[in-house]
Design a protein around this ligand. Structure first.
Ligand SMILES: Cc1ncc(C[n+]2csc(CCOP(=O)(O)OP(=O)(O)O)c2C)c(N)n1
Ligand SMILES: [Mg+2]
Length: 355
């Protein structure tokens, strides 16, 4: 059995600040890959910003904003092979776009329309998990099953700091540690679980410290540094493939948007930290890095932005062109023998909707 090392304390970084902190580089990433990663970041950023607008226009329902979480999502996904599986939470709702899921499909999901469901096997992307942490054992079980079947697949589960206090997180982590499953447990530590601060999730100095007890190594990265995230995930995937078992990644950031469109963080958040984080947000940070490297021009950046905006326009048009689903769906598939009260409720709902 490999030795369990104490969790790392410092945050891994690659991108400098353009002044005192020097830029690093990631071995194996040439100009084309660096630009492809930038394009993915822009796609996610555009998706997120447009979705907030669509919500305000009443075109999608409640939406979980992931502004400034793009580096954690794009960086880690870029480190995986297509055959690897992604288990997203609501915070990574659009990560499937990076695997070819249509924009309209994800928008349908936020519109509560069944056209927002997909077959996970088509994309290696499991359905978006809204219950906190329940997909952690799913991902680990999938990874372990793949190993037993002799497949070379890694599974990554994304969850937040709050999820690390859930029973299903404990179950999944225990299972991963014991089976040495080829899994990556990716924690986006944005320091808040709605209005509960990370200090309420553990008495240990870091969330990475939790991994030690499950017998797996943990790394801590700057969650706003897309290259550090990429590198940490690539290392974790390599460990998983060579049978060394799971890795816990704690990507640290500060949530600088509301938890979701229905939240008012002004009554609990630290506005100074928000302002600082927004100033140093992840897409701009990577953009400036690429410019310093001479890899990105303003024309190229604009090209990617326009492309992403066009995709969003086409996606929302496609989603809105879909006829509304029959409300009967809300009542179906829950009971083999539905109680009579449900038939009454459905009738009532149809009556109300008819106006
Ligand atoms: C099992 C369960 N309990 C409670 C909730 C309500 N809830 C939704 S989001 C959230 C906070 C989760 O915070 P965190 O895990 O840090 O993820 P983040 O939203 O910050 O990405 C809670 C408690 C839920 N969805 N599922
Ligand atoms: Mg959180």
């Amino acid at each position: 059995m490999s030795q369990v090392l104490p969790a790392e304390g410092g945050l891994r970084r690659v991108i400098g600040d353009g002044a005192d902190l020097p830029d690093g580089e990631v071995e194996g990433l040439g100009a084309e890959e660096l630009l492809a990663l930038y394009r993915n970041l822009v796609l996610l950023r555009t998706y997120d910003e447009r979705s907030v607008v669509y919500h305000r226009q009443g075109r999608i329902g409640t939406y979980a904003i992931f502004w400034n979480h793009e580096a954690m999502q794009a960086g880690s996904a870029f480190a995986l092979e297509d055959r690897d599986w992604i288990f997203p939470s609501y915070r990574e709702s659009a990560i499937g776009l990076l695997r070819g899921i249509a924009v309209s499909t994800v928008l349908h999901w936020w519109r509560g329309h069944p056209a927002g469901w997909w077959n996970p096997a088509d994309y290696g992307v499991a359905s978006i998990c809204v219950p906190i942490g329940t997909h952690v054992p799913h991902a680990v079980g999938f990874a372990w099953g793949s190993r037993l079947k002799g497949e070379d697949r890694v599974a990554i589960a994304y969850f937040g700091d709050g999820a690390t206090s859930e029973g299903s997180f404990h179950e999944g982590m225990t299972f991963a540690g014991v089976t040495r499953a080829p899994a990556i447990l990716f924690c986006n530590n944005n320091q808040w679980a709605i209005s509960t601060p990370v200090s309420a999730q553990t008495g240990a100095p870091t969330l990475a410290d939790k991994a030690v007890g499950y017998g797996m190594p943990a790394v801590r990265v700057d969650g706003g540094d897309v290259l550090a995230v990429y590198e940490a995930t690539r290392d974790a995937a390599a460990r998983a493939r060579t049978g060394e078992g799971p890795t816990f990644i704690e990507a640290v950031t500060y949530r600088c948007a509301p938890h979701a469109t229905a939240d008012d963080p002004s009554i609990y958040i630290d506005e100074e930290c928000v302002a600082e984080e927004r100033e140093n947000e992840c897409v701009g940070r990577y953009e400036r890095y690429l410019e310093r490297l001479g890899v990105l021009t303003e024309e190229r950046a604009e090209e990617f932005r326009v492309e992403a905006l066009e995709l969003m326009r086409a996606g929302i048009a496609e989603a809105e062109a879909e006829p509304a689903a029959d409300v009967g769906l809300v009542f179906e598939h829950a009971y083999a023998d539905p109680p009579p009260s449900l038939a009454h409720d459905l009738e009532e709902l149809r009556r109300v909707l008819r106006g």
